[in-house]
Design a protein around this ligand. Structure first.
Ligand SMILES: Nc1ncnc2c1ncn2[C@@H]1O[C@H](COP(=O)(O)OP(=O)(O)OP(=O)(O)O)[C@@H](O)[C@H]1O
Ligand SMILES: [Mg+2]
Length: 224
């Protein structure tokens, strides 16, 4: 469960949100779309407690939060494996178990053989996959995904989405998923909220997902 009530957030004179409320039920997947600068990342950081609201309340189920940041944010001095294992260690996993679990997740995101590489030796998409492995490995109660697949090719995106769907089915995970690709959100999400240019939340009507996708795609095609 994620519950934001009457949240106002300002950065100095810039008001990002005013009186924003959003309730995400247990195990629900909410897609968040909106233009650049509309506050998507800020919304996730508010939920993660990394940014404080000026007004209002934010409640999240107790338990691990898995966070895939918009940029991979790996520790440059640690290998792929250790980036994942260190997060598990910080959450109390014993060293051998943490390394084994980290290795299994590195393999699941298609990086077997790259365990000992450092972030500077990885491509952008590979680094993003390590960050996905790190978020999933903690068995998150709440998963926050900030454009997690923007750096990976279509085939890999497909397989990572399948992993994501499996985790959500297997586990008890509530997901907020930021993307600029509405068709991606339509594929995964139970609900989609749009942050409008006025920074209001608008819930999309998903009773006809194909129609929503068609409208979005035709708007994109119109620009070709
Ligand atoms: N730490 C900060 N200090 C000051 N302003 C900030 C800070 N973080 C974000 N902002 C501002 O808040 C607004 C929303 O930023 P945010 O990063 O949430 O947008 P976004 O929707 O994630 O955009 P994008 O799609 O480009 O990632 C922007 O105007 C940005 O300049
Ligand atoms: Mg962002």
């Amino acid at each position: 469960m994620i519950r934001l009530e009457h949240v106002t957030k300002r950065f100095d004179s810039l008001e990002v949100f005013r009186d924003l409320s959003l309730h995400v039920a247990d195990n629900q997947i909410v897609g968040v779309v909106g233009p650049s600068g509309s506050g998507k990342t800020t919304l996730l950081k508010l939920v993660a407690g990394m940014v404080q609201a000026d007004e209002g309340t934010i409640a999240v189920d107790p338990g691990a939060i898995g966070y895939v940041f918009q940029e991979p944010r790996l520790l440059p001095w640690r290998t792929s494996l250790d980036n994942v294992a260190a997060t598990l260690r910080a959450r109390g996993w014993e060293k051998t178990e943490a390394r084994e679990r980290a290795a299994a997740w590195i393999e699941r995101v298609g990086l077997k053989g790259f365990e000992d590489y450092h972030p500077a030796e990885l491509s952008g998409g590979m680094a993003q996959r390590v960050s996905i492995a790190r978020a999933f490995a903690v068995d998150p109660r709440v998963l926050l995904l900030d454009e997690p697949f923007s750096n990976v090719d279509l085939a890999l995106k497909d397989s990572l989405m399948e992993i994501l769907q499996r985790i959500i089915r297997e586990g008890q995970t509530t997901v907020m998923y930021v993307t600029h690709d509405l068709t991606e959100a339509l594929r995964l999400a139970d609900r989609i909220v749009e942050i409008t240019p006025e920074r209001r939340l608008r819930e999309l009507d998903l009773s006809d997902r194909r129609a929503v996708a068609a409208e979005w795609l035709s708007a994109s095609l119109g620009k070709l």
